[in-house]
Write a protein that binds this ligand. Structure first.
Ligand SMILES: [Zn+2]
Length: 113
C-alpha cells in the first residue's frame, strides 16, 4: 500500500484509483489531464521523466511527481468533464452493501466492472 498523508482528525476518503483519468485543478500543472499511476500517491504520467543530470530517476521516486489528491478531479467518461464523485450504494442480497463511484453531474459509473 502506498502512503497517504491524512490527518487523523479529518478523515479523507481518497476516491481516486489507479487508471483513473484525472484533471489537475491547481498548481504548476493545472489544466493538464493524465492517468493516476499509483493509488494514493497521485502520480500523473506526464511528470515522470528520468533526468540523469539531476539524479532524478523516472517513476515513483521522482521529486515533483506526487500530486495531492485534493488537487485533481476525476474526468468522467460519460460527460468528459472534471467532476466530483458521488457514491451510489447498492443493496446486495444478504444485507451487504456495495459502494460504486458515479459522476455527480451525469450519473455515469466511474468504476469499471
Ligand atoms: Zn459525467
Amino acid at each position: 500500500m502506498a502512503i497517504a498523508k491524512i490527518k487523523p482528525a479529518e478523515p479523507v476518503r481518497i476516491d481516486l484509483k489507479k487508471e483513473d483519468t484525472v484533471k489537475v485543478m491547481s498548481g504548476r500543472d493545472s489544466g493538464k489531464t493524465g492517468r493516476v499511476l499509483v493509488e494514493h500517491v497521485m502520480m500523473v504520467k506526464r511528470h515522470t521523466r528520468p533526468n540523469p543530470a539531476k539524479q532524478i530517476k523516472g517513476g515513483i521516486a521522482e521529486r515533483e511527481s506526487p500530486i495531492a489528491a485534493s488537487n485533481v478531479m476525476i474526468v468522467c467518461p460519460g460527460c468528459n468533464k472534471a467532476v466530483r464523485i458521488a457514491h451510489h450504494v447498492d443493496q446486495l442480497p444478504g444485507g451487504k452493501t456495495r459502494r460504486t463511484r458515479v459522476c455527480r453531474k451525469c450519473g455515469a459509473a466511474l468504476d469499471k466492472k
